[in-house]
Design a protein around this ligand. Structure first.
Ligand code: NI
Length: 172
């Protein structure tokens, strides 16, 4: 089931999401719906707060190569436990901030721990677009958006555009 994606500014996008103690059928259903919503958008990552659920769940699939098999990942309580000193800059976007893009610099490589949908502990080192994406999504769980890395002037400009977009959409 496709879920509606919250558009910035929205107070729910600024909240710290709660950790889960275990996986459950409800979490599996949420993750499945989030993946469907992400692929449909289309996007490469989505965090539960973006669909109004304040729980620490993210989904991502950063496979970009044409014809390559998809690699949907679901992470519950994801945490960056190690990161490289080396940095990487990517032009980031966000499904909650449609059609706005900006360069953000983050660690180039991160080791992430999480719980999978079967309740098992997982750990993996990610680089490239995967590293950027997982950090962007984990930020969402702490109420942080990629525009928070920009100057306040750029952030205000984008926020004003989003307020206008939401007003237009509300009018239908
Ligand atoms: Ni985002």
């Amino acid at each position: 089931m496709k879920l509606p994606i919250l558009i910035h500014p929205d107070p729910r996008l600024k909240k710290v999401a709660a950790p889960l103690t275990d996986s459950s059928d409800a979490v599996r259903a949420l993750a499945e719906n989030m993946l469907e919503t992400m692929y449909d958008a289309p996007g490469i990552g989505l965090a539960a707060p973006q669909v109004g659920v304040l729980e620490r769940v993210i989904v991502l699939d950063c496979v970009k190569e044409e014809g390559a098999p998809p690699r949907p990942m679901v992470m519950i309580n994801p945490e960056v436990v190690e990161h490289s000193d080396e940095l990487n800059t990517y032009e980031e976007g966000c499904l909650s901030i449609p059609e706005q893009y900006a360069d953000v610099t983050r660690p180039a490589e991160v080791t992430v721990t999480w719980m999978d949908v079967d309740g098992n502990a997982q750990r993996e080192t990610l680089d490239g677009l995967w590293a950027t994406c997982v950090q962007h999504e984990i930020d969402h769980l702490d109420g942080k958006l990629f525009i928070d890395y920009l100057t306040s002037l750029k952030r205000q400009l984008i926020t004003r555009k989003m307020v206008k977009l939401k007003r237009e959409r509300a009018r239908g």
